[in-house]
Design a protein around this ligand. Structure first.
Ligand code: COA
Length: 165
């Protein structure tokens, strides 16, 4: 049995409550044979940020259920600073969609997008069962637009799962 709470009884948290920034330095152990940041290392950083965002929003442990859109736009190189920004874009009953943007930061502070990923995180109780998450309070026009597009992705995911993909 999933522990669920009716929508009207669920507390709400704003997107800003769980927004998370993380900076990482690309070091020798992070690069591949071409001298570029290895994709798997970046994916690990993305998953960590999404996990922190989800825990902050849910107020409990969360696990990664799916990563269904992750695009590498540009490389990062040895000694680059990589900045990751994660935020909740949509919530269901127990799931949260977290968008993580990763940037390569230049010495003057200019940031270039190198990766965008959407992860579905699920709040879990101490026995690993999914549990209700707070609602998401949308405070800006951009957050409302993100919610709309995230809701479409959520519908598509559910359709694909129902079809057995
Ligand atoms: C994620 C997990 C807890 C979901 O458990 P479950 O019994 O399938 O739970 P439910 O069917 O009740 O689904 C719970 C929520 O997850 C969502 N969900 C489950 N599987 C999903 C998937 N493959 N893609 C997208 N969302 C998914 C459901 O839509 C539901 O969302 P909602 O409550 O907002 O409507 C379970 O599959 C699990 O533990 N997976 C392994 C996670 C893990 O170990 N991650 C680390 C990677 S090493």
């Amino acid at each position: 049995m999933i522990e669920t709470t009716p929508a009207e009884e669920r507390p709400e948290r704003p997107v800003s409550h769980s927004e998370t920034w993380q900076s990482c330095l690309v070091m020798q152990g992070h690069i591949n044979g071409y001298g570029r940041l290895f994709g798997g290392v970046l994916m690990s950083w993305i998953d960590q940020v999404a996990g922190i965002v989800a825990r902050r929003h849910a107020g409990c442990e969360a696990t990664t259920a799916a990563v269904d859109s992750l695009v590498f736009h540009a490389p990062a190189l040895l000694n680059d600073i990589v900045v990751l920004r994660g935020r909740v874009t949509h919530v269901g009953q127990t799931s949260m969609e977290v968008r993580v943007d990763s940037f390569r930061e230049e010495a003057d502070g200019t940031r270039h997008l190198i990766n965008r990923a959407y992860l579905v995180m699920v709040a879990i109780d101490s026995s690993g069962k999914s549990r209700s998450v707070p609602g998401l309070r949308l405070e800006t026009e951009q957050e409302r637009m993100e919610w709309e597009t995230a809701a479409r992705r959520d519908r598509l995911r559910r359709e694909r799962r129902a079809e057995g993909y």
